[in-house]
Design a protein around this ligand. Structure first.
Ligand code: HEM
Length: 448
């Protein structure tokens, strides 16, 4: 193929809205159909043309070269509009400084302290559950993950603030996908959705800004994520910008909430759902946690002895990568997979699309944690946390939360969906199982 060839256009584009309708009605089905057109495929989001990278090797090239494929494009623009220019939403030119300043907060040495927060949040959640109760699993997991985030960040339980932050995040994240795929004109109209969005964003900045201002008055090191961000110094930056300003810290905190709570909660909820539908895996998982964790809660010391629990999470992140759509912008003319890409080309990539390619994964829609015992080739096409310099800074933090929570819950409770119908999520910015209802039964060892 020559570099002058046009990138194929996906089916079902209509004037003005482009592919907004299939993206709203059945985004996952639509995405999964794209590789049939080739390794790169053009989609239209309103008036905007974006190029989807369908091939894992090309996706890797894009993710590893963050100078050529800078953070940008529709997902980035709307995320930046929501949470400001923090680590996840800053361009390449600001990224290295921000990453160096945030990295210490996620250093391996800090993980045991965060794990204590994770264990106690999951312990608290599972001890309020009742025999025979039906729960909205996605909502329970989201409340727990938010608590983990808030307490790791602020070293304290802040019930009122946590509730405000939670409500505003729900409002914000529900609107963001809509804002990504709709034309900008519609996003500016004073519709109820848009008004809710702007109100929630304003309150969030105010709430977090107040916490930071209060912390500036207090010089104690709380050993939390916020202390780490406030004390971080980057010797490679110019004098005057070696630390993070209050505005930058606010944006980082909002980025961590935005990027962290719902993604981790979705992983846990999807994992429990899949386990409940695969009794042979459930039995083996229960045997592992019974031996290692007992009645729980699972702690940081248990982590190396929970290999099946970890594989269940790995496989869940293959089937249901919560951050299922990312975007980039081409910084200067380049070539990819034989196609010419002019500067300014908007790109999107999707771990969901790549993880569901039947030519890469055998039994692609099957839930098989044991596939991760021996596969190397499949790992090369596995990007739930992205890759390269922009790879998720909190991948270990997120995995530990999901593994410890899955182990603690499995040690104490058996969960069953309230219906045999397969659960179909409504997909938005993230792939979250909103409204997944499960019935609880205590494990025999708890009641014994
Ligand atoms: C299972 C849970 C999680 C998943 C699946 C996930 C996924 C991702 C992905 C795919 C990216 C890269 C996006 C791109 O390159 O376009 C990313 C970046 C990021 N994530 Fe996560 N994430 C998770 C949890 C978290 C948590 C718990 C936090 C914070 C507490 C967090 C903070 C971030 C940040 C700050 C970035 C931007 C990194 C950079 O650009 O340097 N994530 N995440």
């Amino acid at each position: 193929m020559g570099t002058g060839a046009a990138i194929p256009l996906a089916d079902k584009s209509i004037p003005f809205l482009g592919h907004a309708l299939p993206l709203l009605r059945d985004p996952l089905g639509f995405m999964s159909s794209l590789p049939d057109h080739g390794s790169l495929v053009t989609m239209r989001m309103g008036p905007l043309s974006v190029v989807m990278v369908c091939d894992p090797e090309l996706a890797r090239q894009v993710l590893l070269d963050d100078r050529t494929y800078d953070m940008g494009g529709p997902v980035f623009d709307r995320a930046r509009e929501s949470v400001g220019g923090g680590l996840g939403t800053c361009p390449h030119s600001e990224h290295r400084r921000q990453r160096r300043l945030c990295q210490p907060a996620f250093h391996r040495s800090r993980m045991p302290a965060y794990a204590t927060v994770m264990s106690s949040a999951c312990d608290a959640m599972t001890t309020t559950w009742q025999d025979g109760q039906t729960i909205d699993l996605s909502a329970e997991a989201a409340a727990m993950a938010l608590r983990v985030n808030v307490e790791s960040m602020f070293a304290t339980a802040l019930p009122r603030v946590a509730q405000d932050v939670a409500d505003d995040f729900v409002a914000l994240s529900r609107s963001v996908f809509w804002r990504i795929i709709m034309p900008p004109l519609i996003n500016r109209l004073p519709t109820p959705v848009n008004r809710r969005y702007f109100r929630a964003r304003k309150r969030l900045f105010h709430t977090v800004g107040q916490i930071i201002a209060a912390r500036r008055q207090d010089t104690t090191d709380h050993g939390d994520l916020l202390s780490s961000l406030m004390s971080a110094q980057d010797p490679d930056s110019e004098a005057g910008s070696r630390g993070l300003s209050d505005r930058e810290i606010t944006e980082q905190v909002l980025t961590f909430f935005f990027a962290g709570a719902e993604t981790t909660a979705a992983t846990l909820a999807w994992a429990l759902y899949q386990v409940s539908r695969h009794p042979h895996i459930e039995q083996r998982l229960q045997a592992e946690v019974d031996e290692v964790v007992g009645d729980g809660p699972a702690t940081h010391d248990h982590l190396p002895r929970l290999p099946l629990t970890e594989r269940v999470i790995t496989e869940t992140l293959r089937l249901y990568a919560p951050a299922w759509l990312g975007s980039r912008i081409v910084a200067h003319d380049t070539e990819l997979g034989g196609y010419h890409l002019p500067a300014g080309t908007q790109m999107v990539w999707s771990p969901y699309l790549i993880h569901r390619r039947p030519d890469i994964y055998k039994n692609v829609d099957g839930f098989d944690p044991d596939r991760w015992l021996h596969t190397k080739a499949e790992r090369e096409a596995y990007f739930p946390f992205g890759a390269g310099a922009r790879k998720c800074i909190a991948d270990r933090f997120a995995l530990n939360t999901a593994i410890l929570s899955l182990a603690t819950i499995s040690a104490r409770w058996t969960l069953r969906p309230v219906t045999d119908e397969p659960f179909k999520p409504v997909v938005r910015t993230l792939l979250v199982p909103h409204g997944l209802r499960m019935r609880l039964a205590p494990r025999a060892r708890v009641t014994a």
